[in-house]
Design a protein around this ligand. Structure first.
Ligand SMILES: NCCCN[C@H]1CC[C@H](N)CC1
Length: 292
């Protein structure tokens, strides 16, 4: 039985913990990379937990998966080739599938067990794998990107876990450089960028690296996800030079996209107004990020 104190020891959010009432433990296992737990909660549906950290719940996954996907894909006129780094649950694949302009969807997930578990316990997310445009690569994204041809992707979405564990390398400069090389000119990256309440230094470091690596626009955006620490999560939107990209006004509004309902479920969170709102920052965040 884990003592209460252990819950407060995660270095990413020391001294705080989030609790959910659990009806049943649906799965408990360990892959070569992480501990995997699936819980049936009383009020948030099924919950995926990796190394003790909530990755997603049925109730609020729409906020994260829709924003991490449509903030980049609605910012360029007609994305064709898209890469997902991580994202083994399939939720981002489900969201990309709404865009009819997309021709190929590559996904590089390191942990096969996460894929298998999500196919069993999260059918509303793993539905994403059913799209014929999806090509799954199980392995390390650092190697995958190093071997990717230059200038292949219109958009790359890094849907990773927190940078403590298998996703550690995904916030370091060499990784961002391999992403920039794999993007077409004017291509866009959307990267997980943690919480404005908890991770100012990490966000500042990532902003500094991205401004050096991507000569186009670089913006921090955020959204509400109740089951993530501090109840919000951030995204870093980066554009490679070569074409003007204005992240703040969607050029490819999802409401106009026929595929909007194709993914078997209507959008539940994203729309063009919340796209614009995501880039509006509280005053303390503007101050903390302005010189980065
Ligand atoms: N694909 C599910 C979302 C994975 N993203 C992360 C989960 C853990 C959080 N602390 C940060 C986002």
């Amino acid at each position: 039985k884990t003592s209460k104190m252990q819950y407060y020891n995660n270095p990413m959010w020391p001294g705080e913990a989030h609790s959910l009432k659990v009806e049943k433990i649906l799965y408990q296992g360990k892959s070569p990379y992480q501990e995997i737990l699936v819980l049936e909660s009383s009020t948030y549906g099924n919950v995926l937990v990796l190394d003790g950290i909530v990755q997603l719940t049925d109730k609020d996954e729409c906020a994260y998966q829709e924003m991490v996907t449509h903030l980049p894909l609605c910012s360029i006129p007609s994305p064709k080739n898209v890469l997902v780094v991580g994202g083994g649950d399939g939720g981002v694949l489900r969201e990309i599938a709404r865009h009819d302009s997309v021709e190929t969807i590559d996904i590089c997930e390191i942990d096969q067990l996460v894929i298998d578990v999500c196919k069993e316990f999260f059918p509303n997310l793993s539905i994403g794998y059913k799209d014929p445009r999806v090509r799954l690569h199980v392995g390390d994204a650092v190697d995958f990107l190093r071997n990717s041809p230059e200038g292949k992707y219109d958009a790359i979405i890094v849907d990773s876990s927190d940078p403590i564990g298998p996703a550690q390398a995904l916030v370091e400069k060499p990784f961002f450089q391999t992403i920039a090389r794999a993007l077409k000119s004017g291509g866009v990256l959307c990267n997980l960028a943690e919480s404005m309440w908890l991770h100012t230094h990490l966000i500042q470091d990532m902003l500094a690296i991205c401004r050096q690596t991507f000569k186009g626009a670089v913006h921090y955006a955020w959204t509400s996800v109740p089951t993530y620490p501090s109840g919000v999560i951030g995204f870093l939107l980066c554009a490679k030079e070569g074409r003007p990209v204005n992240f703040l006004t969607p050029v490819n509004p999802i409401e106009k996209i026929q595929g909007a309902t194709k993914a078997g479920k209507e959008l539940r969170f994203y729309n063009s107004e919340i796209h614009r709102a995501a880039f509006v920052l509280p005053t303390f965040v503007r101050r903390e990020l302005e010189s980065y």
